[in-house]
Design a protein around this ligand. Structure first.
Ligand code: ACM
Length: 474
């Protein structure tokens, strides 16, 4: 049995008789898009006569290619400079349409070149969505021509807290170092094109109406206390400084979103919706007036109204709204895609409510959580998600009907970067957990963790070739 290490493992792989001896198996393989395969399906047939890659679409052919390149690592030298490729038959297709990774570039800015490497990592694992968390309290990372201060002011913080954040803490210590950065529209278009060439859709997130302190720092009139200007947030946690619900703020956000839509041509736009405290709305006369006008019984219901006002820009352009699972409680449109993060059970609730759902539960796929004993690991936000737990992740929560199950369109792992200052730390937290995650997202047969490790060990060399850090295996 040849040492075939393909990650994620194909749904069906059969080693057949013999081997194909040739000079250059990459150049000599025959590749075709065929009509008799489904759009996401591909086949690889290696026989002593040659190799054929066939697929139902160009995207699926790209997957065939990625798998084939990994298969070629099992080729062995033959005579006269030729190589012998093991004969196999692979029949493969992904289980889920949304196989994503979220990268938070707001808490710590990540250089464009690193984002491109993350895209290479995604492509290596046949993942197809890069969700960029572009804005948060601690930084605004996307150039917006109509509002230059979003990046002139909002992309920079004078310093950052040091150590582990706790909301009970009265005082913080800071590093005294300015941090920031942003992507120009050209940078983002380059990222989108680079991803597109690899079959990956970039989903931008403008998190609102909470997580907006950096924007409010740049334009105090967006906040509920414009007479008390605030800075870009220097600590982690949840800020009470959320957008106000005035008409002018709605218009501001709509203008921002039009520019965002112009940069990102993909079908999905994420508008956050998580962790939006209503404290300031309860205190604000203007918000109370708006609440009364709308006949809402509770200030927190303003969130749904606000999101509806701004998200109509998406509908006008034929794009779909994506939001974190809090959005289900805010009377959001039924066609919004819900990203279940607080628990798998939140995904179940969203699917039962008729939403399409991406499963991103913190207990399984939050890669900012510790992956081993905190005493021996770099500082992280908390939790405990070792590699084996990711390998064992079940994307579909129990208790769904077949119809509800069909609404689970995929899954996504998350890298929140409060405790990751740059690419080295991100790589360490992302990999190789992403490799285990890719197996579940693709729907690879679940064999055993040991079998997975056997394939993962040689696979780490491929990650090294891309030039991204990873946590060595124990
Ligand atoms: C989240 O982790 N606040 C989506």
């Amino acid at each position: 049995m040849p040492d075939i290490a393909i990650v994620p493992a194909p749904r069906e792989l059969t080693v057949t008789e013999g081997q194909w001896v040739c000079e250059d198996p990459l150049a000599e393989a025959v590749r075709t898009v065929v009509e008799n395969l489904g759009e996401t399906e591909y086949r690889i047939d290696v026989t002593p006569e040659g190799a054929r890659l066939s697929a139902g679409s160009e995207d699926a052919l790209r997957h065939a290619e990625t798998t084939y390149e990994q298969l070629l690592d099992a080729a062995v030298p033959a005579e006269d400079g030729e190589v012998a490729v093991p004969a196999v038959r692979i029949a493969d297709a992904p289980r889920f349409g949304w196989r994503g990774t979220m990268l938070d570039v707001a808490r710590h800015f990540m250089p464009k070149d690193f984002v491109l490497k993350v895209i290479d990592v995604l492509a290596l694992h046949r993942l197809n969505v890069l969700h960029l968390h572009l804005t948060d309290d601690q930084g605004w990372r996307v150039q917006i021509d109509a509002y230059p201060k979003l990046t002139e002011v909002g992309a920079w913080r004078p310093q950052t807290m040091v150590g582990k954040m706790s909301h009970e803490q009265a005082e913080f210590t800071y590093d005294g170092t300015r941090h920031g950065g942003f992507y120009t529209k050209d940078d983002l278009r380059e990222i989108v094109a680079y991803a597109g060439d690899r079959g990956i859709t970039v989903v931008p997130e403008i998190d609102l109406p909470g997580h907006m302190q950096a924007a409010i720092a740049a334009y105090p009139e967006l906040g509920n206390h414009p007479d008390q200007p605030i800075g870009v947030r220097q600590i982690w946690g949840i800020s009470e400084d959320v957008l106000n619900v005035n008409d002018a703020t709605v218009e501001f956000v709509r203008t921002v979103l039009r520019e965002v839509l112009d940069i990102f041509p993909g079908p999905f736009i994420h508008l956050g919706g998580d962790e939006c405290p209503a404290v300031q709305w309860r205190e604000s006369e203007e918000a109370q007036k708006r609440q009364a006008e709308l006949g809402l019984s509770e200030a927190s219901q303003l969130q749904g109204w606000f999101t509806a006002q701004v998200s109509s820009v998406l509908a006008e352009e034929g794009r779909r709204l994506v939001g974190w699972d809090e959005m289900v409680e805010t009377d959001c449109p039924r066609d919004a895609v819900i990203m279940a993060w607080r628990s798998a059970q939140r995904g179940e609730v969203a699917a039962k409510a008729g939403h399409e759902v991406v499963m991103a539960p913190c207990e399984s796929v939050y890669f900012d959580y510790y992956q081993a004993d905190p005493a021996t690991e770099p500082l992280a936000i908390g939790g405990h998600i070792p590699l084996e737990k990711v390998y064992d992740f079940e994307v579909i929560p129990p208790g769904l009907s077949a119809e509800e199950e069909a609404r689970i369109i995929g899954t996504q792992c998350q890298i929140w970067t409060e405790y990751m200052e740059g690419p080295e730390q991100v790589g360490y937290m992302l990999l190789p957990r992403l490799s285990a995650f890719a197996e579940r997202a693709w729907g690879s047969p679940k064999t055993s963790y040991d079998e997975f490790l056997t394939r993962l060990r040689p696979h780490l060399t491929r990650i090294e070739r891309i030039g991204v850090n990873y946590r060595p295996l124990d």
